[in-house]
Design a binder for this molecule. Structure first.
Ligand code: BV8
Length: 221
């Protein structure tokens, strides 16, 4: 039985990481279009670097929750037949024990050198323009897919969706594309687990409402 799970900010909400929604469409007080686009970075790199430095630092203060742990148990049961595609840039799936995780929108704990194109595991701030560990250039940016940039691994995701028996969407508002279209590409039975019906709830065969820490273990176990 092949399963594709899509997660969004709602799966990390009960770990204490704010979602786009909860802040009334603002991230830590910022308009996403002011901090999550290449233009915003070109215009004010310091503001954008600080936005991501704050979120990277926040990661060390939070823990995976019961939803992340349930998905790790599901991987223990299904192995290679499970793929978690996350829109989230946090590392809570991995810290819960999941290994088959694809970060569609990049990762807070990765830095991308725009000079040599290398990517490096990264924990500290980037705002103070540290040198690239590879080429030494002071050209490291967050390894995040911003609006207008191409998500990572779309061919891998499309192949998984086209051949799955179940597609389960957890904690996402269905606002951002192409992830919001995955329910239409999935070959299997579709299920949404969300605090409230998402924008695309009616496109799912089944939609359940509630907190992820209740719905996901209930579905997995
Ligand atoms: C692309 C990294 C082409 C940043 C993110 C004009 C110009 C350019 C592009 C576009 C355009 N118009 C439209 C587009 C496409 C654009 C887009 O979708 N825009 C939106 C605003 C309309 N998309 C793109 O630009 C993408 N690239 O299209 O390239 C292409 C495509 C395919 C193939 C080739 C080329 C790139 C999009 C990636 C942007 N980067 N993240 C960062 O994180 O800092 S997106 C960012 O916002 C997040 O990663 C996340 O994906 C998204 C927010 O969505 P959610 O995760 O759903 O979070 P949200 O807060 O919205 O919802 C949370 C949900 O959880 C809620 O429903 C809530 O009820 C629920 N919830 C809350 N608590 C709980 C809960 N559920 C359960 N339990 C709880 N406790």
């Amino acid at each position: 039985m092949r399963v594709v799970v899509l997660t969004g900010a709602g799966v990390s909400a009960e770990s204490g990481l704010s979602t786009f929604r909860d802040a009334d469409g603002l991230w830590e007080g910022h308009d996403p279009m002011q901090v999550a686009t290449p233009e915003a970075y070109a215009d004010d790199p310091g503001l954008v670097q600080r936005f991501y430095d704050e979120r990277r630092a926040a990661l060390s203060r939070v823990e995976p929750n019961a939803a992340h742990l349930a998905l790790a148990r599901l991987e223990a049961a299904l192995g290679d037949d499970l793929l978690v595609v996350t829109q989230n840039v946090d590392d809570l799936h991995e810290r819960a024990g999941s290994t088959r995780v694809h970060h569609l929108h990049g990762r807070l704990r990765s830095a991308w050198c725009t000079s040599c194109d290398d990517r490096h595991e990264w924990d500290g701030p980037l705002g103070d323009r540290p040198p690239c560990p590879g080429c030494g250039a002071r050209a490291l940016r967050p390894d995040i897919v911003w609006f207008g940039e191409i998500p990572y691994g779309m061919d891998l995701v499309e192949r998984a969706l086209w051949s799955c028996d179940h597609f389960v969407s957890i904690g996402t508002s269905g606002v951002v594309y192409p992830a919001a279209a995955f329910v239409h590409w999935a070959s299997g039975r579709t299920l949404e687990l969300n605090l409230e019906p998402s924008m695309g709830a009616s496109d799912f065969a089944e939609s359940r409402q509630g907190p992820a820490t209740h719905l996901v273990p209930g579905w997995v176990d």
